[in-house]
Design a binder for this molecule. Sequence first.
Ligand SMILES: [Mg+2]
Length: 157
Amino acid sequence: MIEIDIPGSGEKLLIEHLVLDLNGTLALDGRIKPGVVDLLRELAGNLQVHIVTAGTFGGVEQEVQGIPCRLTILHGGDQTGQKSRYVDELGAERTACVGNGRNDRAMLEKAALGLVVVQEEGAAVGSLLAADVACRDILDALQLLLHPLRLVATLRT
Ligand SMILES: [Mg+2]
């Protein structure tokens, strides 16, 4: 668990789950980006890591090998709703999410902490607005969770 006390917000975040989108977030063109595996391994000491993806590029299981996580490949329509319900089932109030696409909007909005990443694929503007913090890349986003004082500095009021 990660504890984040944000002055002025009147709340203390107790984060147990980290839900991540894959493509455009952890991966580019279906390949995990450099540096991601090590940071997720480190975070997995304190958080349950979940990767939820539409699996657009195939070979997902192989690509996430080495990341201690629960992998869920979504099928069928309404992936925005499927991702959102996934967070509901974990408990949105103790979940942080990282994503970039339009189908990440609802989970980013719902989660106690929503981080949107603006990388090579860009980020859907609706998802950007639904997040709490916009990060320039996934390494910065994961580092925020490893150094919560950075988050406090950004979110305090
Ligand atoms: Mg994406």
